[in-house]
Write a protein that binds this ligand. Structure first.
Ligand code: AMP
Length: 118
């Protein structure tokens, strides 16, 4: 069982901020911004590659609720999902990082030449 499934099953503790039947939102253990929340589906999905449009539709509403709960919906935030090896996805259970609480940097994402491929 993956680490986020264990969090869903309460086998591993987490700091939950919002939850419904389908989704769970909890604090990232290694925050990269003043607000850093992870939103996951309770049913295991490996990554964004496997998610259905219906689940994304429901998750969008849940993410909106999370940003309101955190009171960052007006100040702004970033939603990130890392996919696969090049996406640097460490945990193979679909999750969206919700980061904010301060002006975020938009700096370099890779050491590769950004003009290299296209
Ligand atoms: P990613 O690189 O997109 O797969 O991100 C995985 C994220 O999960 C990282 O930001 C980790 O800090 C976070 N993480 C790993 N284990 C836990 C945990 N037990 N509780 C909360 N966050 C975690």
């Amino acid at each position: 069982m993956c680490i986020f499934c264990k969090i869903v099953n309460k086998e591993i503790p987490s700091n939950v901020i919002l939850e419904n039947k389908e989704f769970l939102a909890f604090h990232d253990i290694n925050p990269k911004a003043p607000v850093h929340i992870l939103v996951i589906p309770k049913l295991h999905i490996d990554s964004f590659n496997e998610v259905t449009g219906q689940t994304m539709k429901n998750m969008t509403g849940f993410i909106h609720d999370v940003t309101k709960e955190l009171k960052i919906e007006k100040s702004g935030y970033r939603v990130i999902t890392n996919v696969g090896e090049d996406g640097a996805q460490e945990v193979k259970h679909l999750h969206f990082h919700i980061v904010g609480g301060a002006k975020l940097a938009w700096s370099h994402l890779s050491d590769a030449d950004p003009k290299g491929k296209f």
